[in-house]
Write a protein that binds this ligand. Structure first.
Ligand SMILES: NC(=O)c1ccc[n+]([C@@H]2O[C@H](COP(=O)([O-])OP(=O)(O)OC[C@H]3O[C@@H](n4cnc5c(N)ncnc54)[C@H](OP(=O)(O)O)[C@@H]3O)[C@@H](O)[C@H]2O)c1
Length: 286
């Protein structure tokens, strides 16, 4: 690693994050001289922080809620895929030049690989934030035939439809439970890309799944804490296959590390170490 040996997570109210744990335990295992910190920055301080970043010892950042879209205006360049998704979760500080990348998209895609044999092709997505954008783009590259997303916010729906004009199978609707359930019945995968149900609000769920789901229906919750959200528990009771956000978290983190410094990545060790530390730290209950 260069003399820039600091990494971290940029967001707001991020004390619950597991990222320092998974990166720092890996660095310790390999005896590497680098450290991963939390940078919890208020909206008013964001542009000042980004200016100082260029001349700092910070080599790279992950980016989380609420800055995945808003931080883009502070960067010099976007990787071509991040430009299409228009949401980033990784920044590389290359001698003062800041480039944004999206590894949520690759992380989600890799986590979904486990279900290749199901030939999934019709998806419903809940939410319209940065994570939903990454999921939409991933499903597009997987040639899904139908991608429908729901949001409470008409402006966000319109922005996504405009930015993803090239995805002909994409439809966005205002949040309406009856309509969501009707779409679920004609789909084969449902993805929660809202934070509803995340620790410490584990008793919440974006929707109640109160009807039987068809065989091999997959319900994917991007939340990883708790590992079994109320949403996933409801889906399991109605016959669904379920997947939480842990594998996506691990894969997006590993891809981030490759962007910052490809030389220090040992994929097998990184994944094993993440599984160990996350198993010991994430709650199973809701
Ligand atoms: N596993 C992973 O690696 C991974 C990676 C990325 C994200 N995630 C998770 O994915 C979730 C979303 O992250 P994000 O970055 O996309 O956040 P974000 O940009 O803030 O977007 C959140 C979306 O959820 C919607 N939402 C919030 N509360 C809602 C509610 N009560 N009912 C309906 N919709 C609601 C918001 O809608 P409005 O616009 O109407 O407010 C918005 O569209 C978080 O839980 C995050 O931890 C996991």
């Amino acid at each position: 690693m260069s003399n820039r040996n600091l990494l971290g997570l940029l967001g707001e109210n991020i004390n619950h994050s597991f990222s320092p744990l998974i990166f720092n335990s890996y660095f310790r295992k390999l005896n590497l001289n680098c450290s991963y910190y939390l940078f919890s920055i208020s909206k008013n301080s964001l542009s000042g922080f980004m200016k100082k970043l260029r001349n700092s010892l910070i080599l790279g950042l992950n980016v989380t809620i609420p800055y995945k879209e808003s931080v883009i205006s502070c960067l010099d360049e976007l990787d071509p895929i991040a430009r299409k998704i228009f949401a980033i979760n990784v920044i590389h500080n290359d001698k003062g030049k800041l480039t944004g990348y999206n590894t949520d998209y690759t992380g989600f895609k890799r986590a979904l690989r486990k279900y290749d044999h199901l030939n999934l092709e019709n998806a419903v997505i809940l939410g319209a934030g940065g994570a939903a954008r990454s999921v939409i783009y991933a499903l597009y590259t997987l040639n899904f035939k139908k991608i429908v997303f729901f949001s409470r916010n008409r402006k966000r729906i319109n922005r996504i439809m405009r930015d993803f004009y090239f995805i002909k199978v994409l439809k966005g609707h205002l949040w309406e439970e009856i309509k969501i359930k009707a779409e679920i019945r004609s789909s084969d995968v449902l993805i929660n890309a809202t934070p509803v149900g995340m620790f410490p609000d584990e008793n919440k769920t974006p929707i109640e799944i109160d009807f039987q789901l068809k065989d091999n229906f997959l319900v994917f919750d991007l939340i990883y804490n708790p590992r079994l959200t109320k949403f996933l528990k409801g889906a399991k009771n109605r016959g669904a296959l379920i997947e939480n956000g842990i594998n996506m978290l691990i894969f997006q983190a590993m891809e981030s590390l490759k962007i910052w410094n490809r030389e220090i990545i040992n994929e097998e060790l990184f994944i094993k170490n993440c599984e160990e530390v996350l198993n010991a730290s994430i709650s199973n209950s809701w």
